[in-house]
Design a protein around this ligand. Structure first.
Ligand SMILES: CC(C)(COP(=O)(O)OP(=O)(O)OC[C@H]1O[C@@H](n2cnc3c(N)ncnc32)[C@H](O)[C@@H]1OP(=O)(O)O)[C@@H](O)C(=O)NCCC(=O)NCCS
Length: 347
């Protein structure tokens, strides 16, 4: 019979070995690089240490549930929540009920339990446990060049034909548009971003608190990727931000619009941030820009700016325990703000 308790520093080697067996060498290497930042340096990490539950059988570790604590604004009230991540059960012990025990232990200890980018097995387990299924988080892509619509699984002649046939449309959506407000680069997020969050939080039915401490940790101190950040400015006031990065994928170069915040009613401000990211993406020779966004009004602004809604694989589940919410809360997620920058999705 397994016992569940919390992580101890001496567990590190056993957990790393299990991680390698469950997720493979590359993922384990990435996890090793991120671990200290992701768990210990999170500004929401409790004084007693990272929120990780471990399943033990005698001296042997057979499962873990690691979580990223965050503060979450739910219908204007701030509660403690956490993103579940790096959940695993040793391969020979899977499908014997241990995963469910770990999931429940986590959920009983947090005010808002959030899961993003679920694997097939965890998605099925959440379904079996009858959790609200509020995903997937919609994915939007804006093509910038003729290579944008290439697919790694298509033969090259088909890719060439699609590139040729869609070029006029790509040119139309990728055309430059004027910026209607000021945009300035951000090295570190200052107090003005905390003030921005305080002003905007009531506008979202659900969103992780994006104050300066969180933003600096998440986007300025991450050891595994380098982000660019810009602020939307009108006069002296900061009215939004965008965080993005560029990378090479199998069939082309992509700019990821990782995270952003602006008043969802400020269509022209959002358009300005998107226009800036367009310019940066083009300067970096990106073939497309990709964004994930749950909020209805922001999704409409993305479409207006030339983004297309494409199939998303970013499954999402959420369960609010600390405050009473009606069932309709989970049915209409158009006021929820969730992006690729949430949880540990951008690895
Ligand atoms: C997700 C995981 C932790 C679940 O642990 P577990 O001990 O196997 O889960 P339980 O035995 O409590 O629950 C079993 C249920 O989970 C789901 N499930 C587990 N493994 C599954 C798989 N390979 N395919 C589909 N569903 C699966 C099913 O709903 C299953 O119910 P069933 O056996 O009646 O069909 C475990 O499968 C695992 O380590 N997976 C690999 C790592 C992973 O994907 N982590 C999640 C990252 S988001």
């Amino acid at each position: 019979m397994a016992t569940i308790d919390t992580y101890r520093p001496e567990d590190e080697r056993q957990i790393a070995a299990m991680y390698r067996r469950v997720f493979g060498n590359d993922a384990a290497e990435g996890n090793r690089l991120r671990w200290d930042w992701q768990y210990r340096r999170n500004p929401n990490c409790p004084p007693e240490g990272p929120t990780i539950w471990v399943a033990r059988e005698g001296p042997t570790i057979i499962g873990q549930y690691a979580a990223m604590p965050v503060r979450v604004s739910v219908q204007g009230r701030e509660i403690y929540g956490s993103w579940g991540m790096d959940v695993m059960v040793a391969p020979e012990r899977q499908r014997q009920g241990l995963g469910e025990v770990l999931f429940r232990t986590w959920e009983q200890n947090v005010g808002a339990a959030l899961g993003l980018g679920l694997s097939e097995s965890s998605y099925r387990l959440f379904q079996k446990m009858r959790w609200p299924n509020v995903g997937p988080v919609p994915c939007f892509v804006k093509p910038l060049t003729r290579r944008a619509l290439r697919r790694p699984n298509w033969p090259m002649p088909i890719n060439r034909f699609v590139s040729w046939a869609t070029l006029p449309l790509v040119r139309l959506v990728a055309r430059a548009r004027p910026l209607r407000a000021g945009v300035s680069r951000v090295g570190r997020f200052g107090d003005e971003f905390t003030a921005l969050w305080e002003r905007l939080a009531p506008k979202f039915a659900l969103a992780v608190r994006r104050d300066a401490r969180y933003l600096n940790w998440k986007f300025c101190e991450a050891p595994h990727v380098r982000y660019n950040a810009v602020a939307l400015k009108r006069g002296e006031q900061t009215q939004g931000y965008a965080v993005y990065r560029h990378l090479q994928e199998a069939r082309g170069r992509v700019t990821l619009l990782v995270d952003f915040l602006a008043d969802p009613d400020d269509a022209s401000g959002i358009e300005t941030l998107l226009g800036w990211v367009d310019r940066e993406a083009k300067a970096e020779n990106s073939d497309k820009i990709r964004a994930f966004c749950l909020h209805g009004a922001v999704g409409r602004a993305l479409k207006h700016a030339g983004y297309f809604h494409v199939k998303s694989t970013m499954e999402f589940t959420a369960k609010i325990n600390a405050v009473e919410v009606p069932p309709s809360f989970y049915q209409d997620t158009s006021g929820w703000h969730v992006t690729l920058g949430d949880s540990d999705q951008d690895r």
